[in-house]
Design a protein. Structure first.
Length: 163
């Protein structure tokens, strides 16, 4: 969002204020704004805002996607890092993809780094979406929701091959 002085006298100064809503952002980011002027020597100016958005819990990646062929088993890993000095605890609370995936929660560095390992269960062609919810001990982020999508397609047999 931007606000600015609408009229600036020749040779004068003006003020431009940029604000950024950082909800749903984490880590290093850069935003830009293009300023249009009536100065014949500098018709546009690019302004940049760089920030490191601190959050209580870092999640990477934020979503899990499985794309494969029927009967194939795939594994995806999500890393969770504590963004505070206080040790983080994670407790699985809800998982709605039983029979399609399995998961394990591994504590890599006590109270700091966790890896959630998702593995698809081989089966027929299918598409699904769901989630794993984890409860935390951080009041600013009491729950982590990891969204999951999967798509497994039928294996095409070469022409002339019978089953």
């Amino acid at each position: 969002m931007a606000s600015f002085d609408r009229a600036i006298p020749p040779g004068g100064e003006g003020k431009i204020t940029l604000s950024v809503r950082t909800k749903s952002y984490e880590g290093a980011h850069r935003w830009s704004a293009e300023v249009h002027t009536n100065d014949p020597k500098m018709k546009t100016i690019d302004l940049y805002v760089k920030a490191f958005v601190k959050v209580p819990i870092y999640l990477s990646p934020r979503y899990v996607n499985f794309n494969g062929r029927e009967g194939q088993s795939l594994t995806r890993v999500v890393e969770i890092r504590a963004g505070r000095d206080e040790p983080l605890t994670l407790t699985p609370s809800q998982f709605n993809l039983e029979g399609k995936l399995t998961y394990t929660v591994d504590e890599i560095e006590k109270g700091k780094i966790f890896k959630i390992r998702f593995t698809s269960i081989p089966g027929a062609p299918q598409a699904y979406h769901g989630f794993l919810n984890l409860e935390t001990n951080y009041p600013e982020k009491p729950e982590i929701n990891i969204r999951i999508r999967g798509r497994f397609v039928k294996v095409k047999k070469p022409a002339g091959e019978s089953s």
